[in-house]
Design a protein around this ligand. Structure first.
Ligand code: 4NP
Length: 189
């Protein structure tokens, strides 16, 4: 008789992305970690994730070990600052959005980044379609690390109202808090 999976083991094995990610791939270079945040345009979601996560990294005393960058899969806004609504949401919450300039994701990052965190499933498909697609464990949905609601997308706020940007910021803040603990674990081991 063949073993039939229980419903709980079945749901775990078929829906891995709905459980919180609690480990990270090993650093390519001991004591250092490079994280790339990726969305479509690199003017709304990934820059917010870049600024907030960088601030958490600095607050944890890891700024000299952990590099954070962001990029878009598209080249629409290369060289431009953040969308003013994203910048305003950050400024209101006490962050500095002023240094950001949009850049496009490069396939070579698959060989250089320790972790590529994409904002939605469309970004995931785009990034995995570039170059050799990267190592699956190094290309993940950002919200796999969301401690409250793991496995979802960071919805694109570009065509919506201001409230979408507040929603993005709160997802990013709680996810960054979890992520910095995991990164601290792999760079200070
Ligand atoms: P992001 O948002 O991917 O979070 O930066 C967008 C920005 C620009 C566009 C789409 C999404 N656009 O189509 O120009």
């Amino acid at each position: 008789m063949t073993d039939t999976p229980t419903s709980s083991s079945l749901s775990r094995s078929t829906s891995p992305s709905t459980s919180l990610a609690t480990s990270l791939p090993a650093p390519r270079h001991e004591g250092r970690y490079r994280v790339a945040m990726v969305c479509l345009g690199n003017i709304c979601r990934s820059p917010v994730a870049d600024v907030v996560f960088s601030e958490r990294v600095a607050a944890a005393g890891l700024a000299d070990r952990v590099e954070v960058v962001s990029a878009g899969t598209a080249d629409y806004h290369v060289g431009k600052p953040m969308d003013p609504r994203a910048a305003q949401s950050l400024t209101t919450a006490g962050y500095d959005p002023s240094r950001h300039r949009a850049q496009q994701f490069q396939a070579v990052w698959h060989d250089e980044a320790d972790l590529i965190l994409v904002m939605d499933n469309s970004n995931l498909a785009d990034v995995r379609g570039l170059g050799d697609g990267g190592e699956p464990e190094r290309v993940r949905l950002f919200r796999d690390f969301d401690p409250d609601f793991p496995g979802g997308e960071v919805p694109d706020p570009y065509y919506g109202g201001e409230e979408g940007f507040g929603e993005v910021l709160s997802m990013v803040e709680r996810t960054s808090a979890h992520l910095v603990e995991l990164v601290a674990g792999v760079v200070t081991r």
